[in-house]
Design a protein. Sequence first.
Lengths: 328, 305, 297
Amino acid sequence: MTTQTQTGPDPKTALSSRGGGPRADRSFQVLTLVAGLLVLAVLALILITTTREAWPALSEMGLRFITENRWDPPSNVFGGLAFIYGTAIVSLISLIFAVPVSIGIALFLTELAPRRLRAPAVTVIDLLAAVPSVVFGLWGVLVVAPKLVPIYQWFNDVLGGIPVIGSVFGEPVGSGRSFMTAGLILAIMITPIITSIAREVFDTVPRADKDAALALGATRWEMITGAVFPHSFGGLVGAVILGLGRAMGETIAVALIIGSSTQITANIFASGNAMPAVIVDQIGESTGTFTAALIGLGVVLFVMTVLINTAAQTIVRRAEIRMKGARS
Amino acid sequence: MTTTVDPVTRPPAAGAPNLTRSALSVRRRVTNQVALGLIVLALFVAVIPLGLVVWSVLSRGGSVISWEFLTEDIPNSFRRSGGGVGPAVIGTLIITGMAALMAVPLGVLGAIYLNEYGKQRPLARLIRTMADIMTGVPSVVMGLFIYSAWVLLFDARTGFAGALALACLMLPVIIRSTEEMLRLVPDELRQASLALGARKWRTTLTVVLPAAISGITSGVLLAIARAAGETAPIVFVVGVTTAPNWNLFSGENTALPAQIFRNASQVFEPAQERAWGSALTLIVIVLVFTIIARIIANRFAIKER
Amino acid sequence: MTAPDPKVETVTASDRPSVSINAPTSGWGAVGVDTPQAAGAPVMDLRDVSVFYGNYEAVRGTSMPIRQNQITAMIGPSGCGKSTILRSLNRMNDLVPGARVAGKVTYHGQDLYAKDVDPIQVRRRIGMVFQKPNPFPKSIFDNVAYGLRINGIKGNLHDQVEEALTGAALWDEVKDKLKMSGLSLSGGQQQRLCIARTIAVRPDVILMDEPCSALDPIATGKIEDLMHELAKTYTIVIVTHNMQQAARVSHYTAFFTAEVDDKQVRHGRLVEFSETGKLFTNPSDKRTEDYITGRFG
């Protein structure tokens, strides 16, 4: 642009006479940069402030904070293993139910649905995502949990006698508030997120690959396993891990449904507790080291979810790059 | 060419080939039918809980809701019936509003940095990745963050603390959705404006942003709807109150999600009724935002063509 | 019906300099000599075939035969419906929402669009090679084996893969790297891999939708040579935007064009179908002549 200026003094002054000057441009850029940097600042602050507040508990308990199963606030012993266990079990149950359903819905939307069914189906998934988690919690604790007890009892009657498996399907708790109920409700809540990512992943499969499979005489399902899945495996793994991250951090529904008892048991029909649930349940009446310990659980949760999400992002991105690279 | 095609490769179907479905082996046919059936079933598995939740909330909450319920103070005992959740409605609106007031401008500016300045530079990529990670930070952790950094510092639970937590939850969502929208703005528009001698900040604010405004608005509304339904941070950084508190900066406050949470775990009938009523109110608020967002997004899609 | 005389082609080249048809030096003259007995008998037959997308009639009233072990080319300007017709021959059009075929497409006397006909069986017998090489993101071996596996074709998998790759004139180039990704090959090799994938399931007819449009001239030449070989075993239908290619490889040519009706709607239409030599030297329709002499649009 400056080469175009034939006469006149310094091209800089010629430009600065219009539109507010280079300083305005510069300061606007800095302003946007500051807003962008805020993300980094908040993430760093989360880690710093929560760790600082949690330090009294973390330093006193050391590694026992996550390896010991004894949570006894009056005697200042804070071993949160049972909560980590609860979080893991509930997340696992929710994934077992949510992953096949989500992949199924995503396949329906991308490969099967007639065009006029597609929009309503997407709306249903969007609505599912729009329902606040506390509403699912309310529904889960007051409506679903009591209704599930007979079903749990049936499973216990049928499978309870078998060794190993029997201990998983143990005696159900009377209220129905259990790992299993929490996992089921969580499954409903993470289905939209896994579905939406799986959909994006399936959408990247080139039309040409699907046509090639069909032109060889593949059935629709053979086309899906032969052309769609190989293309989307990495992306699907990422979607599942992202769903896991969501499930682990979900607070309110789990707090209402899991039954709030500090125990480690293989019985999925028993009450338990999970990290986020303990925090909301107990922080109101906590003081001193107890508060620090609860914040410490938050730190553990934060670190775990960040690790999981980073892994998921990396996998999804790598899968994307591989697919794009392969096609160019 | 070394090709010599063996006569064996002659197509088997020289006569009248069987093209009917029965020519497909039973195994393949059944596998296909079963698999496709399961895929359709998956959709129903998702529809059923949605229908049941909506039905429960409508049937139980519908009988509770009235003008009094929406405006009157909260009774100070779980056992007492009557009263309403007026303070929680007010709290939800002003806390979410304040959060939006903070997060929307910052989020949009951040997105402008990513799409107009940072692009593929390492810093921009880092911010993008971190925003994605921040989206995955559990709301309870965000609540703990504000609790450690604000509530403990000033020793006061206020509506503003809740707004701060919600703003932190909204920020990355707004940044990423706005960036998506800015990316859709064709480069020709920017070049046209720059060629007229406009500066970049002007081009961005007067050409790029208006071109993407409906998409951005739709994303922002969805983020607000999400935030309005967030519970965990509200429960322990906002506090409790039974009377309306219009002041975000002093005194404890409350919001609908907190009311639902507190009342849901009670065995008393009046408390449970209040929970259902609050749930219906909250769903309606969230739904209104979601629907407006969809309408705006659809308008935008039409204009694009 | 016999294969067209190669001499006709030579005449074409000298008589009509405006169409620079290079008569092949070898290759397709031999086809006529070598063709099995059934050669020339119609394998497929189109009777008054129209293809609709919703209410829009993309191609109307097409009638032509597809003959055994012959190469039938479809040429014409873009938007004339030649690819649409090609995709109606193995029911790939079924995959387009709202697509509908009127008229009759028969294959060995059976109506392809009859109620009890399964498109999967149709596609297994009438294979397809696409415009852009589209190997799966799998190894070279698995690409070829895919069709064999899903169709449950018995026999030694490795031998059949080798046979298909040999048939596609690719074996010598890839025999040492069968485990490598199909995407690591060059464009021309990828397209031959796709041909190998198609012939591995031993179809009857092979449809080719502008198979060389994404390839350079050398790769194109290899595929054209290959087509002559394949015609000994298979019946081939090729859509091409390249007239010279049609003249070089095909025995029969169908010329399509796009016409605007009185309501200002464009429809594809078959103008002329005849032996390739005749169509290029002595077209019976003025529109064909205009197109092949380059007077068209």
